[in-house]
Design a protein around this ligand. Sequence first.
Ligand code: S3P
Length: 172
Amino acid sequence: MTLFLIGYMGSGKTVIAKALAEILSFRFIDFDDYIEIQEGATIRTIFEEKGEVYFRKAEHDYLKDILNIDNTIIALGGGTPCYGNNMKALLGSKNTHCIYLKTKIPTLIERLFEERKKRPLISHLESKEALQEFIGKHLFERAPIYEQSQIIVNTDGQSKQEIAEAIIAQLF
Ligand code: S3P
């Protein structure tokens, strides 16, 4: 079984994927880290030096490497399901489950504002109001894709343990 955690930046994909991997004794892969290792550069540098179109193409190509690794849980990038036919590939892959971590905008703002400099799409936003406006529009575009996931879990007000348990209850 291969599990993909999807959702907006700051929805907790990496933290929850690590917790689930430990509970299920699955291997954990952070897809952003995987891309950085393959490219020998940080996501920020890839965006700065080669641009977003290059990054999306690389992300699409590397996705094929990790589609069918058994007993593995993968935290995808927030944009991974949203480009090319990536979501179709994820949903069409055998013995695979997509899990959407659904998080409300105020929670995302609180998590992302301080660490926005690490994320090229939002690093230029200088106020929480600007971040709110950006996320509002962006999530409106992306939510219909995220919502195609087989499992959807609301994360607001839930501990890491509770979210992991809610996912496991729907999986088995
Ligand atoms: C992106 C999300 C990031 C990273 C890149 C683009 C996006 O991953 O892949 O900065 O388009 O939402 P996280 O969701 O892990 O921050």
